[in-house]
Design a protein. Structure first.
Length: 528
C-alpha cells in the first residue's frame, strides 16, 4: 500500500507509540520525556494536515477507509476519514501542540506520567473521531477518559482532587450507559458498524423498535454528558477550572467529542432522530446556553468563568445541530472551531494573568503543592518581568474576548453570522418559527453576556495597580497563545474557502450515501 493510504491510522499509531516509549523513560528524565512528546505531537500535526488536505481535495465519493486485517465490512475494524473526522483530528492536534509546548515551562514535571497520559488522551481522541463502528468508539472513548482522569488530577491540590472525583463519577456513569446502549443496538440489529447500521435500520421489526430506540437514547445521554448539556453539566466548570493550564487547554476539545458523535449519528440515522433526538439537542442546547450565560455573569474567578464559556459554546453548537439543517450545521461547525481555539487560548492565558496576584487569591496559578516558593520566584527559571508583559497579556486577552463573544471582525462573529443567516433562510415558505427567533435572541444575548463578563475581568486584572503583581512570563508560555490567536485570525481571513469546505462537509454528513458506499462498497456490489 502507498504511504498515503496509511495516513488514516497514523493519528492513532503516533500517540500510542509515543505513550509506550514514554512509559519506558524514567520519570527523572524530564527533558527527554518532553522532547519525545513534542516531537510526537509535531508529527501528529503534520500527519493531520496531510490527511485533511487529502480528503478535502478528493471527491466526496473517495473517502478514506482503512480496514484493519483487510477483512470486509461490516466485520472489519474500520477507520473512516472524511472531511468532518479530518477536521476534528486536525483541531485536536493543534490544541495538543499548544498545550504540550506550554507545559514545557513547568507543568510537565509537576507530577508523574504527564506526557504518557497526554499522548494516550490524543490516541483516544483521534480514535473516536476516525472509528467507523460503535464498539471501537466505546474503546477509544474509554482510553481518552482513563487518560483524562489522571490529567485532571495532575499537579495535586484539594481543588483538583475534589473536582476530579466528581468528573470520574459522572463519566463512569456515562460509560455504563454507553455500554448498555451499544448492547441493546447490537442485540436488535446484529451490527455495530455505523454505515451498516444505517442500512439495517429500516428493516428492524416493529416489535424490536422500542429496544433500538432505547439503545439510541442511552447513547445520546452518554454523549450529552460528555458534551456538557444541561442538566448533565454541573461537573464541567469545576473540573476544567481546577485543572492545570495545559490540561484545561486540551480539555477544551473534550466536550466536542460528544458533539461530533451526535452529528455523525444524526447524519447516518437521521430518520431515527427526527422528532426525538433533534428536539432534545435543540431545546437542551438552548437550556445549556441559558445556564452558561448565567454562569459566566456570576463567576468571579476567571478559570471557572471559562468553564461556563465551554458550556456556552457546546450549548450553541448543540442547538444548531438540533435544527437538522446542513447550512446551519456548517455555520455551527465553523463556530465550533473558532470558539475551541479561543477557549483553549484563554485557559492558557488565565494561568499567566493569575500568576502575579497574591497567592491567597490565586486559585488557578501553579500551586504550592507542586512548586515551592523558590521555584516560583526564581528569575532564572521563570523569566524576568518587563513592562511589555502586561501589554502582551492585555492584547491577547482582548483577542480572546472578541473571539469568544462573537464580535467583529474575528472568526467568532463570522460563525455566528453564518448560523443566524442560515436559520433565517431555513424556514419553510419564508416563515420563521418562534423557536428560531428565540434561539437567535439567545445567541445574541449570550454573546453580550460573554463580552460583559470578560470586560469586567479585564478591567479588574489590567486596570488595577500592577507594581507588585506583574506576572513573570516566559517565551515558551506566550508562543502557544500567539499560535492559537494567530489561527483565529487566519480562520477569519480565510473565512470564504474555509466556510465553503465546511459547507461541503456538512452536506456530506446529511447525505451519507458516499460514506456508506465507501465503507460497505457500492450498493450494486454488496452481498445481500
Amino acid at each position: 500500500m502507498p504511504f498515503a493510504d496509511h495516513l488514516i491510522i497514523l493519528p492513532i499509531l503516533l500517540p500510542m507509540l509515543a505513550g509506550i516509549v514514554l512509559v519506558l523513560v524514567d520519570e527523572r528524565h524530564h527533558a527527554a520525556k518532553l522532547a519525545i512528546s513534542i516531537v510526537a505531537t509535531l508529527a501528529l500535526v503534520v500527519v493531520s494536515l496531510m490527511l485533511l488536505a487529502q480528503v478535502d481535495g478528493a471527491a466526496q465519493a473517495s473517502l478514506g477507509v482503512y480496514r484493519l486485517g483487510d477483512w470486509p465490512a461490516p466485520f472489519a475494524i474500520v477507520l473512516v476519514a472524511d472531511r468532518l473526522a479530518a477536521l476534528m483530528v486536525t483541531l485536536a492536534a493543534v490544541l495538543a501542540l499548544a498545550a504540550v509546548t506550554y507545559s514545557a515551562a513547568r507543568w510537565h514535571s509537576a507530577g508523574p506520567h504527564f506526557h504518557t497520559l497526554f499522548q494516550l488522551l490524543l490516541m483516544g481522541l483521534n480514535g473516536a473521531f476516525l472509528t467507523g463502528d460503535l464498539f471501537n468508539l466505546f474503546v477509544f472513548f474509554e482510553i481518552l477518559l482513563a487518560a483524562s482522569y489522571g490529567l485532571a488530577l495532575h499537579g495535586s491540590g484539594p481543588a483538583r482532587v475534589r473536582a476530579g472525583l466528581h468528573y470520574v463519577a459522572f463519566n463512569l456513569a456515562a460509560s455504563s450507559l454507553f455500554l448498555v446502549g451499544v448492547s441493546l443496538i447490537y442485540g436488535v440489529t446484529g451490527t455495530l458498524n455505523m454505515a451498516d447500521l444505517a442500512m439495517r435500520m429500516a428493516a428492524i421489526p416493529a416489535g424490536s423498535r422500542p429496544l433500538f430506540d432505547a439503545g439510541l437514547a442511552l447513547l445520546g445521554i452518554a454523549f450529552l454528558v460528555k458534551a456538557g448539556m444541561w442538566p448533565l453539566s454541573f461537573w464541567l466548570p469545576a473540573t476544567y477550572g481546577a485543572a492545570s493550564a495545559p490540561v484545561a487547554a486540551i480539555f477544551a476539545i473534550m466536550s466536542k467529542v460528544g458533539i461530533y458523535v451526535l452529528l455523525r449519528l444524526s447524519g447516518l440515522l437521521g430518520t431515527a432522530l427526527d422528532g426525538f433526538g433533534h428536539d432534545w439537542m435543540f431545546f437542551g442546547g438552548m437550556a445549556t446556553m441559558l445556564f452558561g450565560t448565567v454562569g459566566v455573569l456570576s463567576s468571579q474567578e476567571l478559570p471557572r468563568m471559562i468553564g461556563f464559556a465551554v458550556l456556552l459554546s457546546s450549548g450553541t453548537t448543540l442547538a444548531m445541530l438540533g435544527y437538522g439543517d446542513a447550512g446551519v450545521t456548517a455555520g455551527a461547525m465553523y463556530y465550533l472551531v473558532a470558539s475551541t481555539l479561543g477557549l483553549s487560548c484563554l485557559f492558557l492565558l488565565a494561568e499567566l494573568m493569575e500568576r502575579g496576584r497574591p497567592i491567597e487569591a490565586d486559585v488557578f496559578a501553579v500551586t504550592l503543592e507542586a512548586f515551592g516558593d523558590d521555584e516560583i520566584e526564581s528569575d532564572a527559571d521563570v523569566g524576568i518581568a518587563v513592562p511589555a508583559t502586561m501589554g502582551l497579556l492585555t492584547i491577547s486577552f482582548a483577542g480572546c474576548a472578541i473571539l469568544l463573544a462573537g464580535m467583529p471582525p474575528l472568526a467568532g462573529f463570522v460563525g455566528k453570522f453564518a448560523m443566524l443567516r442560515s436559520m433565517l433562510g431555513a424556514g419553510a415558505g419564508g416563515t420563521v418559527p418562534a423557536t428560531t427567533w428565540g434561539l437567535m435572541a439567545l445567541v445574541i444575548v449570550s454573546g453580550l453576556a460573554m463580552l460583559i463578563a470578560l470586560m469586567r475581568t479585564g478591567i479588574n486584572r489590567f486596570w488595577a495597580p500592577t507594581d507588585d503583581h506583574v506576572p513573570r512570563v516566559r517565551v515558551v508560555e506566550m508562543a502557544p497563545i500567539a499560535l492559537l490567536l494567530g489561527l483565529g485570525v487566519a480562520l477569519t481571513l480565510l473565512a470564504g474557502p474555509v466556510m465553503a469546505s465546511i459547507q461541503t462537509m456538512s452536506d456530506g454528513v446529511y447525505h451519507p450515501s458516499a460514506y456508506v458506499d465507501a465503507v460497505l462498497g457500492p450498493a450494486a456490489e454488496r452481498t445481500p
